[in-house]
Design a protein around this ligand. Structure first.
Ligand code: E4P
Length: 260
């Protein structure tokens, strides 16, 4: 399993040394309020164009992140564009161009798109141009398969938001980890992908507990908050299994169904 940090916090990344990191606008904003970005934040606040200010911060922080993770930095297209294919494609190309101007090649970036139908179509266009996509907000196998069939490089099936919804709608206080509907959803997607030979990387996301992360050890990638990485790092037995970054191809080759 390749470990990915779900954060834009440089210190956390230095501590846990993940292969990749994933960001979204709220993680970028959180990172921007950390000391290293005081100047960038002031510049952003002085800009009249809010969109341009957000893009500037995103690229500034994303560029720093590419210097400390060896793999991919996921950069999200604004969720408000999620039902407009052309707007998503245009925004993705714009972000890739801004990264290019900052000296970061497209091979280091995953453009994160919501897995709406319009997002799937946007991924089809972008992947054909060599812009790799991380399809986020995946809540089930049908959505996951649509993304894979469009040629998306990676999908992020969510755990916590599914579990939260089930808890709320059924009044369940807690699930045993093997009965956790979010964990089950990611397992089902993973098995479906491997048995059908989809090359799209499966990266479990939206974790609420270390137990959920451990339950998905063996998945291609897992993106985990610094808080949960801290809890996992304290658990020695898990460190080796979940936290050792390995090349994606090696990890994929080493996975067996029994293990997962
Ligand atoms: C990662 O790519 C996702 O944005 C993240 O894991 C979502 O987590 P949340 O459900 O806590 O917002």
């Amino acid at each position: 399993t390749v470990v990915v940090a779900d954060t834009g916090d440089l210190d956390a990344i230095r501590t846990y040394q993940p292969q990749d990191c994933t960001t979204n606008p709220s993680l970028i904003l959180k990172a921007a309020s950390l000391p290293g970005y005081a100047q960038a934040l002031r510049e952003a606040q002085d800009m009249d164009d809010v969109e341009a200010a957000i893009d500037m911060l995103t690229i500034r922080i994303g560029t720093e992140l590419t210097k400390i993770v060896p793999g991919y930095v996921s950069t999200e297209v604004d969720a408000r564009l999620s039902f407009d294919t052309d707007a998503m494609v245009a925004k993705a190309r714009h972000l890739i161009e801004l990264y290019r101007q900052a000296g970061v090649g497209r091979e280091r970036i995953l453009i994160k798109l919501a897995t709406t139908w319009e997002g799937v179509e946007a991924a089809r266009v972008l992947e054909a141009e060599g812009i790799h996509c991380n399809m986020t907000l995946v809540f089930g196998t049908v959505q996951a398969v649509a993304a894979a069939q469009a040629g998306a490089f990676l999908i992020s099936p969510f755990v916590g938001r599914i579990t939260d919804w089930y808890k709320k709608s059924t009044g369940t206080k807690d699930y045993a980890v093997d009965e956790d509907p979010g964990v089950q959803s990611v397992r089902e997607i993973y098995r479906h992908f491997k048995s059908h030979g989809y090359p799209t990387v499966v990266m479990g996301a939206s974790f609420r507990s270390a137990a959920q992360v451990k339950a998905l050890a063996g998945c291609d990638r897992l993106t985990v908050s610094p808080q949960l990485l801290g809890e996992l790092a304290a658990d020695e037995g898990t460190l080796e299994r979940v936290l050792t970054p390995v090349a994606a191809t090696e990890s994929e080759a080493s996975i067996t169904e029994a293990e997962f």
